[in-house]
Write a protein that binds this ligand. Sequence first.
Ligand SMILES: C[C@@H]1O[C@H](OP(=O)(O)OP(=O)(O)OC[C@H]2O[C@@H](n3cnc4c(=O)[nH]c(N)nc43)[C@H](O)[C@@H]2O)[C@@H](O)[C@H](O)[C@@H]1O
Length: 381
Amino acid sequence: SDIYCDSENETCTRDISGEKFIFYDVNPPEGFNLRRDVYMRFAIMLAEAKRNGRKRNWHLVLPPWHNLYHWKNDKSDPIPWSSFFDTVLLKSYTSVVELHEVFSNIQELKIDRLYVLQNYPNAFENGDFTEKWKVADTCNNYERSFWGYKNISVKEEICINFQGKISQLWDVIALHPADKHVMFSHGEIPLHDTYGTKTYWDCRRSMVFNKQLIEKSEQYISKYLNCHTKLCSNYLSVHWRRQDFAQYRKNKVPSIAGTARQIDKAIKNFNSYIYKVYVATDAPFSVLRQLETELTYYGYTVFYYLPSDDDIETFKDGGLAIIDQIICSHAAYFIGTHESTFTYRIQEEREILGFYSTTTFNRFCPDKGQCEKPSKWTIVH
Ligand SMILES: C[C@@H]1O[C@H](OP(=O)(O)OP(=O)(O)OC[C@H]2O[C@@H](n3cnc4c(=O)[nH]c(N)nc43)[C@H](O)[C@@H]2O)[C@@H](O)[C@H](O)[C@@H]1O
């Protein structure tokens, strides 16, 4: 009803004059996989309101991937969500738009209100964590980058101390009911209304990777790992997070020899006919080769995805990480890294694929000391 076509020029445009948009941004050092969770919080907030017949004219703007701290190769242009995800499926979950789509009708964007979210100085005032928000007296510095877009500006900035569930943001938005473009910075501060519920998983299932990434990963699985189904039975996969984890969490992650030992033990306990190990890692190549040597000693053949220059150009750091995640998610058995959101997203993917959760919620332990079992976030249909 809001689409107007000009039959002479054979063009159609959408009248967006009555439409309203939520923009959000995330703390710069946060990585790709936490950002995916932050997206879900906003998408669910909007979807749930719409499910209750409210906020029909509201849309969520997908913040482009720009200047991610871990993505050394992708520092220039903002990357749209379609480079990584099937946006048709994202849109089927709730009304989301890419930022470049917002600019299909306008040259410049003035955001009515930018709410800079910030934590309360003491989250447990009086010993309790209570949900609350208020306009803050003092503001933390927030550097506006607008994902590299030079034609975005803000009419007014308001700092909000915030703690608790994301749906409270509707009350914040209600401070200025006439606003059409509202932005939240530090989108990671508000929490999910419910975690691990059907609502969570309905949204999670709509986050399907794009076709090129799926095809590339499936080609690898078929060609090198010799598996031609979704639930492979002939290889084990690991997400071996190193870099800052190996440096700053020494007592939480295993040594290289310890890693190989744990992989061997897991295979012997699970299915001793497996002899292929797929390693997804952010470790430097020399360290990966050391792990390979250890695993070869145990009799395993080690696989990893080494992108060509063309692959790097096409898929970018984000796509290469996703290819690793997809290959891990199809393995007969998976071992991940404790407290890594990269690992969590693989575990979710495996839940969606239908693996037994005993093959999924496994973690590397430190060589010595305590090793509590990983939490199990099993799927709800
Ligand atoms: C402790 C926190 O951990 C958080 O990391 P964590 O949850 O593992 O998960 P991510 O934030 O996604 O990891 C950061 C980035 O590291 C690369 N990376 C990590 N593991 C792999 C892998 O197996 N393969 C490939 N190709 N790339 C990998 C990838 O670019 C990913 O976007 C950090 O984002 C935070 O800054 C903080 O350091």
